[in-house]
Design a protein around this ligand. Sequence first.
Ligand code: ADP
Length: 384
Amino acid sequence: MTFPVIGVVGGGQLARMMAPPAVALGFELRVLAEAPDVSAVAVVAKAPVGNYKDLDTLREFARGVDVLTFDHEHVPSEHLQALIGEGVNVQPRPDALINAQDKLVMRAAIERLGLPNPAWAAVTSVADIAAFGETHGWPVVLKMPRGGYDGKGVKVLRTVEDAEAAADWFDAMNPLLVEEMVAFSRELSALVARTPSGESRPWPVAESIQVDGVCDEVIAPAPSLPPEVVAQAQAAALRIADELGVTGVMAAELFETPGRAPGFLINELAMRPHNTGHWTMDGAVTGQFEQHLRAVLDLPLGDTSALGGIVVMKNFLGGANQDLFGAYPTALAAEPTVKVHSYGKSVRPGRKIGHVNVVGSAGDDVTAVRARATTVANIIRDGK
Ligand code: ADP
C-alpha cells in the first residue's frame, strides 16, 4: 500500500494549512516554494525553492508527485498544458483555472451559464468606459482582468474625468474590465469542492467582511440569509464548478443584493482554498484544506456541515506587535474557546499573518461570538 504525494505550487499559508490534514491522512505534501522563508517551508519535509513561471522548474517539481495542485492562481496556463501533455496529473486543470486568473474570461463564463453577473464590459479605451457609464450610470468599477488581489487592480470611477485620469491603466493591460458599481448589502462566499469524477459538496454560505479590500472577518452561516438565497447561491457555485470542470476547492465571492433576483451577484472565483473558508478548519465536519486534498486525489468528499450554531473567523494582520508568541499567554487566557492559526510569517504592517476561529454553541449571540474572536486577534496583533 502506498500513500500519495501531493505537490503544491506555492508555499504560502494556504499550502501550509494543507499540511495538518495531509499528516492526518498519511499523505506526503511537498511545496514548490518561492523563497526559503515562505510560510509552508517550515512544515513540509520537501520544499524545493524555484520559480513557478519556469517550465523546467515545474517539470522537475512534478516528477514523483501523484497530483500537482496550487497555493495560488498565477502559474501560466501554457506551462500547465505542457505538463498535462507529459502525463502530469494537474488539478484543477488550466482550462478551469483560467476563470480564476482572468476576470474577463470569468464574466463571459458566468454570462454563458446564465448566472447573475453585474453589468460588465470589456473596454479598450476611455471612450468605452464613458459609454458604459452613460448606459449603466456612474460610478463604475474598473478592474485589471489579471493579477489583482486584495483590491489591488480595482478602481472606482465616479466621472468621465476619473476615467480619463485612469487612462494609464490601459498601458498595463488592454482590454480592461468595467462593471456597474453594485449597491450590495454585504459580501458572501459560496464555497464548494468538486472531484475529477464529479462529486461535489457545498459548505454553508458565509458572510465575509472586507476592510480596505482585505478579508477581515467571516461569519458562517451568513446570519439571516434567506434560505432560498442560500440554496440558489450554493446551486450557482456547484453549477459553476461542474460546468467549468473545477477540481478541488472553489470559492464564489458574491455580492448580496436584496430585492434584485436571485438576491446575489457573482463577484469573482477562486480555485483553491480561500480566506473566506478558513472558518471550516474548526467549524465544519470537514475543513477546506482536507477537502481540497481529498478532491484533487479524487477521493470521496467529507461532510461539510457546520459545527455549532455560528462560527466566526477573524484575521490578524501585521501590526504593532513583532512578538506574536509573546502575546499568546494573554490571548489564550482571554478566550479558551478560540483556535489560533499562525502562519509562521514575519510581521509586516497589513500582511496576513494568521487568523482565529471561534465555534459558538447553538443559541450563542453572533455579536458575542464575534467579540470573542476580535478580542483574541487584536491581542495577538497589538501584543496586549
Ligand atoms: P480582488 O481580486 O482584488 O479581490 P475584487 O474584484 O474582489 O478584487 O474587488 C475587491 C473589492 O472591491 C470587493 O471585495 C468589493 O468590495 C469591491 N468591488 C469589486 N467589484 C465591485 C462592483 N462591481 N461593485 C461594487 N463594489 C465592487
